[in-house]
Write a protein that binds this ligand. Sequence first.
Ligand code: SAH
Ligand code: SF4
Length: 430
Amino acid sequence: MNVHDTEYMASLLEKAGYVQTRFPQEADIYLINTCAVRQKAEEKVYSLLGRLKFLKRKRPNLIIGVGGCVAQKEAERIMAKMPHVDLVFGTHQIYRLLEFIEKIREKKERICCIDFNYELEPPCDLFPIPRESSVRAYITIMQGCNNFCTYCIVPYVRGREVSRKSEQILAEAQRLIDRGVKEIILLGQNVNSYGQDRTDEISFPELLRRLDKLPGLKRLRFITSHPKDISPELIQAFGELETLCEQIHLPVQSGSDRILKRMGRKYTRSDYLRKIEALRKVCPNIAITTDLIVGFPGETDADFRQTLSLLEEVQFDAIFAFKYSDRPPAKAVSFPDKIDEKTKAERLTEVLNLQKPITEKKNKAKEGKILEVLLDTHSKRNPDQVAGRTRCNRIVNVQAGLEFIGKLVEVKTKEALPHSLRGEVVKVLG
Ligand code: SAH
Ligand code: SF4
């Protein structure tokens, strides 16, 4: 989502005549898009802002702006403590970026704007299509979140759920396809509840069905789904829709029912396992990845073992595991029995060590197979190599020239590495 928001900011500025530079010391505007989901991400923003003080001293006309979730959360503190920051803009204000910058240039005054805006269609509706001429593109289909999981800051910094009109989404998808996009990734904190905030909208599975019918689209994906809202209709879609890739990211967070309850996730371990089973029944090759939090307040050793046993039971293709961190004003900040840093670190290592061979085994199972790959990047280290993703979302490197970028091909995989596959192109599909 942040990658997409950043592309949007860049395209707004480029439309107004600005160009990107790779050298910060040359920049007239330095914008930081930020993530507040874990404490570490927020700390990084502060340390970068600290360093920028020196750049501003050398170049007083430099405009420094901070946007996104940390801006939303920390606006007051940044404005008070960091006089070298000229602009703080919140998650609902991205579309006004140019207006803010022009004002700062003209009036030489600092601007802070973090209002939530529910009057217009969601601000993401105003996003122009980024200039990137990639074959893969994102579409934000909804903003915000209503779930208030007790550890999570997202509902506070991104606001309530607002879905875009399906008409707009379909029109944007068509424009992207007309420009050569072959794969579309739908974005939202909880895409399964798409449309539920409007009386006149179709369901998420229906949106998928309509997108699937657009001529020229080859692949469709979405992130992220909440396990409690995965409906039988959505599961069915994996068996029916040709473009819907055999892949789902389904954050489980914990394997312990006691912890899931305290997290406010509204499903049990067995609910989750039943959904996995149903997905695999409809789509046996589906790649399933997840997010996990270790060291949630009150997580006992027995709770943690439940998470480990869930990993063994499900056999995820890959996991993203995080140490719990307090994110005020999220509810869990006031929960008792906080877990110490050392235990969190040990649990994280244990989880990763358990998963590593599972991920490797799953990758290894792809060796020698013919897989459809959408090639979209060239390797920076090896100029004669290009890379892309399989439908199951694995990265594949192949020996091929730049003319292959943008092509959908069949690759015979030769070797599975820990985080990618290597193979050779056997057929060009288009
Ligand atoms: N909307 C998505 C997740 C968004 S946050 C969903 O519901 O799945 C991305 C991930 O960050 C979460 O899945 C969770 O694993 C992690 N996360 C969120 N808050 C956290 C916290 N306070 N400490 C550690 N990890 C956290
Ligand atoms: Fe956060 Fe839960 Fe919403 Fe995901 S569903 S963004 S974890 S509150």
